[in-house]
Design a protein around this ligand. Structure first.
Ligand SMILES: Cc1cc2nc3c(=O)[nH]c(=O)nc-3n(C[C@H](O)[C@H](O)[C@H](O)COP(=O)(O)OP(=O)(O)OC[C@H]3O[C@@H](n4cnc5c(N)ncnc54)[C@H](O)[C@@H]3O)c2cc1C
Length: 412
C-alpha cells in the first residue's frame, strides 16, 4: 500500500450535513473540492433526521426541492407535548414564510445520499468514502492540506483550504489546536425504535413525567424514541436491568406495553452523549471549522443539522470566489466566523437555558408536572405558536444561497 497524492482547492474532512452541503455548493460554484468521509456509507441510525423549513428553503433555492421530496419522508406541521396529564400544542410551522411550512423527517442517509448524487453532476466534486483524516499538513504555521487513511493506503491532499466538518468529536479541530469552550449539558439521550401500529395515531409527541422526558417521533412504520437521562446515568439504568427500563417506558406510554419486548437487549438502545461547546476561534491560516466541529449542539429543538447547513451556505457564499481564484485569506475565514457566531451563540444560549431550567428540573422532579403558563398560552392562542416554530424551523439567521452555478463544462 502506497501513498496517493492529490491537489485541490478545498479539502473537507467529514461527510455529514455540513461537509456534504459545503462540498456540493462549492463544486456547483466551480471550485474543485474533495470531501472525505471515514465511514463506508452514510447509513447510520439516529444521526438526527430532521430537515427544517430553512434547509428545505435552501434546497428550493438550489432547484433541488421537488426531486428531494420524492424521497420517503414524513411532514410534521405541528409539535405538541404531554406534560403530566395535559396535552399542549407548542409550535405551528404551517405559517412560516418559507417554501415548506413543515419539518421533513427523513433518514439522514437519504439527505446525504441525495446531495452526494446531485454533486456528481459537477466534475469538481470528489467524494472519498472510507477516508479518515488523521493528520494536517503544515508549512510552518499555515495548514496546507491533510492526510487520510484509506483501505488502499495513505492519501495526502494539498489544498488551499482545509475545512473541518467532522462533527462533535472533531479530529481536525484537535489537530489544529483550536481552543474549545465547554457549555455543559446535564443530560444524555437514549435512542431506540419501537414499531408503530395503525391504532397509534401519528402525532409526534414529547412527554414529561416526574423524573422522565420522553419523545416519540413518527417515522412511518416505527417510532423513533428518545429517552432523556441525567448525564452519566446510563450505567445506573443498566444496573437496574432491561425489564425495569421496559416498565419505565410502559409507565410513560401504556400503549407501548405490547411491543417493549422489541427491545431485546441493551444493543437495541443507543447512548448518545450530549455536548454543547464552541470554538473560541473557528479558523487559523489555511483551516476553518464549521458545523458541530465548530460548535457541538444539544439535541434540544433538533436544530443542529439546520445550523450545520446554514454554516455551509454562509461559508460557500463568502469563500467560493476567493477559493476559485486561489486567494483565500485569514480575513475571509474571519468573515465566516463573524457571520455565523451570533446565531450560534443565541441558539446555544437558548438550548443551555432550556437544559438547565426545564430538562434538569424534570429529571429531578418527584411530583406530577404541570404545564407552565407559557405552554398554556401557546396551546390557547394558535398564532403564538408561530414564534417557537420560527425559532425551531428557521433559526436566528437563515442563510440564502448567493453563489451562482457554474455550468459543469465551464468548471475547473
Ligand atoms: C442525541 C442527539 C440527537 C440529535 N438529534 C438531532 C435532530 O433530531 N435534529 C438535528 O437537527 N440535530 C440533532 N442533533 C445534532 C446533530 O446531530 C448535529 O448538530 C449535526 O449532525 C451536525 O452536523 P455536522 O455535519 O457538523 O456533523 P456530523 O453530523 O457529526 O457529521 C460529521 C461527519 O464526519 C465524519 N468524520 C468524523 N471524523 C472524521 C475523520 N477524522 N475523517 C473523516 N470523516 C470523519 C463522521 O463520520 C460524520 O459523517 C442531535 C445530537 C445529539 C447528541
Amino acid at each position: 500500500m502506497g501513498t496517493e497524492t492529490l491537489t485541490t482547492r478545498c479539502a473537507i474532512a467529514g461527510g455529514g450535513p455540513a461537509g456534504v452541503m459545503l462540498g456540493y455548493l462549492l463544486a456547483r460554484a466551480g471550485v474543485d473540492v474533495v470531501v472525505l468521509e471515514k465511514h463506508a456509507d452514510f447509513f447510520r441510525d439516529f444521526r438526527g433526521d430532521t430537515i427544517h423549513p430553512s434547509t428545505l428553503q435552501v434546497m428550493y433555492e438550489l432547484g433541488l426541492l421537488d426531486e428531494f421530496l420524492k424521497r420517503p419522508h414524513q411532514e410534521v406541521r405541528e409539535l405538541g407535548a404531554q406534560i403530566g396529564d395535559e396535552l399542549v400544542k407548542i409550535a405551528d410551522f404551517s405559517h412560516l414564510p418559507t417554501r415548506c411550512g413543515f419539518i421533513a423527517f427523513m433518514p439522514q442517509w437519504h439527505f446525504l445520499d441525495f446531495l452526494a448524487e446531485a454533486g456528481k453532476r459537477y466534475p469538481t466534486f470528489h467524494l472519498h468514502m472510507q477516508s479518515e483524516v488523521d493528520e494536517l499538513l503544515k508549512d510552518s504555521d499555515h495548514v496546507v492540506g491533510l492526510k487520510a487513511a484509506t483501505p488502499k493506503g495513505d492519501l495526502d491532499i494539498r489544498a488551499d483550504l482545509v475545512v473541518g466538518c467532522d462533527g462533535r468529536h472533531s479530529a481536525v479541530r484537535a489537530l489544529a489546536g483550536l481552543e474549545v469552550e465547554d457549555r455543559g449539558a446535564p443530560m444524555d439521550v437514549l435512542w431506540l425504535r419501537l414499531s408503530r401500529r395503525p391504532e397509534d395515531g401519528s402525532d409526534s409527541l414529547g412527554r414529561i413525567e416526574p423524573g422522565r422526558f420522553f419523545i416519540m417521533i413518527d417515522r412511518g412504520d416505527y417510532w423513533q424514541c428518545a429517552f432523556v437521562i441525567p448525564k452519566g446515568g446510563f450505567n445506573e439504568l443498566r444496573r437496574k436491568g432491561l425489564e425495569a427500563f421496559r416498565l419505565a417506558l410502559v409507565a410513560l406510554k401504556p400503549e407501548l406495553k405490547n411491543r417493549v419486548r422489541e427491545i431485546a437487549s441493551w444493543d437495541d438502545v443507543k447512548l448518545l452523549t450530549v455536548r454543547v461547546d464552541r470554538l473560541k476561534q473557528w479558523y487559523r491560516p489555511g483551516l476553518l471549522c464549521i458545523g458541530d466541529a465548530a460548535h457541538a449542539m444539544s439535541p434540544i429543538g433538533g436544530v443542529g443539522i439546520n445550523l450545520a447547513i446554514q454554516d455551509a451556505v454562509a461559508t460557500a457564499n463568502i469563500l467560493a470566489a476567493p477559493l476559485r481564484d486561489g486567494r483565500v485569506t485569514e480575513e475571509d475565514l474571519r468573515k465566516v466566523q463573524k457571520r455565523r457566531l451570533l446565531p450560534t451563540e443565541l441558539t446555544q444560549a437558548l438550548q443551555v437555558f432550556i437544559q438547565n431550567r426545564v430538562v434538569s428540573n424534570v429529571l429531578t422532579m418527584k411530583t406530577e408536572p404541570k404545564a407552565p403558563l407559557a405552554a398554556k398560552l401557546l396551546d390557547r392562542f394558535p398564532w403564538l405558536r408561530r414564534w417557537p416554530a420560527r425559532l425551531i424551523g428557521m433559526g436566528f439567521r437563515p442563510e440564502h444561497v448567493k453563489t451562482k452555478e457554474v455550468a459543469p463544462a465551464a468548471a475547473e
